[in-house]
Design a protein around this ligand. Structure first.
Ligand SMILES: *[C@@H]1O[C@H](CO)[C@@H](O)[C@H](O)[C@H]1NC(C)=O
Ligand SMILES: *[C@@H]1O[C@H](CO)[C@@H](O)[C@H](O)[C@H]1NC(C)=O
Ligand SMILES: *[C@@H]1O[C@H](CO)[C@@H](O)[C@H](O)[C@H]1NC(C)=O
Length: 226
């Protein structure tokens, strides 16, 4: 009896560890080489790899691992008053297969980096300059709770992978943030644009039900994203 019980306990623990391992492996692939500097594949190539092709390692140099100009303030004269400069494997080829990327985010006074999702990455943000109100919303299972903070220079905030998040400059001056992302290709879905500016548009019948408002309101919102 005792033995059966302990065997059952052991089996339960093994199942638990197996599940933990499955979660731990759900990330960008582990390196099988020092690096795999990306080269542009043909846009009309018949097959794609999960990532980018590698240059011949013998033909790589320090420049493949360099991106310059992230010190330069970006133009924030747009509707939202923000500008994201992402440094990913697309413009820093040495990042290919390394599972990491970063960005500079510039904000005009009261500028907004609107509600968005990175489908492939967790994000960690540091305020360099200014004051940001930042937050994310947990999933339905967690009750869609809002986790938000007012952030000052030197403050660090984390947005877990796949969750809707935003940053608003609540100061009277420009603000700057640096973010790091746990994928070479974090991806981005801007919630408003994806919902109201898809091509072709999502049917008004879907959107009126989903948002519990009338057609007129949906048409007005869609007109801002078409
Ligand atoms: C090395 O790089 C040069 C310049 O980008 C290119 O012309 C050449 O074909 C490359 N050689 C190999 C072996 O990849
Ligand atoms: C971001 O800034 C760059 C350089 O200042 C500019 O070329 C680009 O158009 C800006 N993007 C947006 C969305 O305003
Ligand atoms: C989303 O829509 C806004 C408003 O039309 C526009 O200013 C912005 O450039 C769009 N963003 C993207 C990523 O297309």
């Amino acid at each position: 009896m005792k033995t059966t019980e302990s065997v059952q306990k052991l089996a339960a623990w093994m199942a638990f560890f197996a599940m933990t391992c499955m979660v731990a492996y759900a990330t960008d692939p582990t390196q099988l080489q020092d690096f795999c500097v990306a080269i542009n594949h043909l846009d009309d190539a018949p097959v794609f790899v999960n990532g980018l092709f590698c240059k011949n390692p013998a033909n790589t140099s320090a420049n493949d691992f360099l991106f310059q100009g992230l010190n330069v303030p970006r133009n924030t004269k747009n509707k939202l008053g923000s500008n994201v400069t992402i440094v990913s494997a697309a413009n820093l080829p040495g990042l290919n297969t390394l599972g990491i990327s970063m960005a500079r985010v510039d904000f005009a006074p009261y500028g907004l980096n609107p509600l968005h999702i990175h489908p492939h990455a967790t994000e960690i943000l540091t305020v360099v300059k200014g004051t940001l109100f930042a937050g994310f919303v947990s999933s339905n299972q967690d009750g869609n709770r809002l986790f938000s903070k007012v952030l000052y220079p030197g403050d660090v905030f984390v947005f877990p992978q796949g969750l809707i998040h935003f940053e608003l400059n609540i100061g009277k001056t420009r603000a700057v943030a640096r973010v790091t992302l746990s994928s070479q290709n974090p991806g981005v879905i801007t919630v408003a644009n994806a919902t109201f500016g898809s091509k072709p548009p999502i049917s008004v019948d879907v959107l009126t039900k989903a948002f519990q408002v009338n057609k007129k309101i949906i048409k007005i919102i869609q007109s801002h994203f078409s």
